[in-house]
Ligand binder design. Structure first.
Ligand SMILES: [Cu+2]
Length: 457
């Protein structure tokens, strides 16, 4: 589906590519491309300038550029945006060009770039180009390297991209507020030689976090650690698209962390290596195999693996509180608590009363409880076998045979070959457990009170 803005964007690129733009137009500001869709957009292959293999921004897009006498020009607009965090929940954030995070900027090592930044926020801002080698006056630290950009003004940054790799951009003015509101984006610098560390699929996204009270739309900006929405590119599962790969592809995933805590990002079914940081590409002799990479605050990691195993592989933060949505913090543990009797009494007072969490919290994933407007269940998302019981920083890497080069469409649930799935035991019934013998002088007597009320000695 092509949105109106998407169409205008593409039309704009075509016009620029065919040289139809009037020369005088290049003296003005580049057109502002805006995205109104939160789904993953197809990679944007370059229409001019040095060749490169574009990235795919998870639930995001790449900012189109124009060439102006050999300089690559981009136009970012800092502005309030509405971001759909998952179907059923919108957040009022600040971002760039219609979305949070902002669009990914892609250019090539050696390129001269000119980045126009228009401030449509109600307060000052600036942009820092995290990780880039650049003249000090282009570093974007308000007060230190430049005055802050006042509302309504457009500033210009210009520098030459001195090394390839993965970088980020974010404000360096009222940073706590502006980053808590979603202002950030990725800046990918491709190598001059397109075959250097060539991969078949090159994904990227940022880790970010929000504190939005159930039923409200705007993040609390003073929260330090107790965020309730842990996101990949300002999306929570099941709103995060799968990373779709062709069997046998060499895959890179670039992940930057702009939250206030570290995230151990874990991939199922494959080992990977960290091949890059925001400091550059790692030397091959410095790499080792991992299935989880911890990404600290303000860091970025590029991981690479060969997609050799077909299937739907979970890919998530390993902090289990980060794979839940809109969680309350004051929920006591109810595991092992016997509600019987109490539930019937409460039901006479509150007809919809439900007992939750007494056998663990999986029940909540299955339940369709009435929720306040504009919030998400703590855990959600359904797979082909039932509720997945995950939210937040969770998605899947879906590996399939024979996909076309730029095919990133969700292929649906993986059809597991017969005889290769976990199954219910159909043999003899459960035998009595065999307990280890203890020496009599070390024997202790334990009294355990089980939830059912039986005492065991
Ligand atoms: Cu995490």
């Amino acid at each position: 589906m092509v949105s109106r803005r998407d169409f205008l964007m593409k039309a704009g690129i075509a016009a620029l590519g065919s040289g139809l733009v009037h020369k005088g137009a290049l003296a003005g500001l580049p057109e502002v491309a805006v995205m109104d869709d939160a789904t993953t957009q197809s990679p944007l292959h370059p229409h001019s300038g040095r060749p490169y293999h574009p990235v795919v921004t998870l639930n995001g897009w790449t900012l189109p550029f124009r060439m102006n006498h050999g300089v690559k020009e981009f136009h970012l607009v800092a502005e309030p945006v509405v971001r759909e965090m998952a179907p059923g929940m919108n957040a009022r954030l600040w971002g760039y060009n219609g979305q949070s995070p902002g669009p990914t900027i892609e250019a090539v090592e050696g390129d001269r770039v000119r980045l126009f930044v228009t401030n449509r926020l109600p307060e000052v801002t600036s942009i820092h180009w995290h990780g880039q080698r650049l003249p000090n006056g282009m570093d974007g630290v308000a007060g230190l390297t430049q005055p802050a950009i006042p509302p309504g003004k457009t500033w210009v940054y210009e520098f030459t991209l001195r090394r390839s790799g993965t970088f980020m951009y974010h404000p360096h003015a009222d940073e706590m507020t502006q980053m808590a509101m979603g202002m950030m984006g990725l800046f990918i610098v491709h190598p001059k030689n397109p075959d250097f560390m060539r991969v078949d699929r090159d994904f990227c996204f940022l880790l970010n976090a929000y504190d939005i009270d159930p039923g409200s739309y705007t993040p609390r900006v003073n929260t330090m650690l107790d965020f309730n929405l842990w996101t990949f590119n300002s999306r929570v599962f099941p709103g995060i698209d799968p990373l779709v790969c062709r069997l046998g592809d060499r895959v890179r995933i670039r992940i930057g962390n702009l939250t206030m805590t570290n995230h151990p990002i874990h991939l199922h079914g494959h080992e990977f290596e960290v091949t890059g940081t925001d400091g550059g590409w790692t030397r091959p002799e410095s790499r080792w195999p991992e299935v989880t990479a911890d990404i600290a605050v303000g860091q970025m990691r590029a991981i690479e693996f060969d997609a050799t195993e077909e299937g739907d592989w979970a890919f998530h933060c390993h902090k289990s509180h980060h794979t839940m949505n809109a969680m309350g913090h004051d929920v006591p543990s109810m595991i092992g608590v016997d509600h019987r009797g109490i539930a019937e009494k409460i039901s006479t007072l509150i007809p919809d009363y439900m007992v939750m969490g007494d056998r663990g919290m999986h029940d909540m994933a299955e339940m369709e409880m009435p929720l306040p407007d504009n919030t998400l269940p703590m855990m959600t998302g359904f797979g082909q076998f039932g509720p997945i019981g995950m939210g937040g920083m969770f998605t899947t890497v879906k590996i399939r045979k024979g996909l076309a080069r730029d095919d990133y469409k969700d292929p649906g649930g993986y059809r597991q070959p017969r005889g290769s799935s976990a199954r219910e035991w159909q043999g003899e019934p459960l035998p009595e457990p065999r307990r280890a013998e203890r020496a009599p002088d070390h024997a202790t007597t334990l009294t355990v009170r089980k939830p059912a009320g039986h005492d065991h000695h």
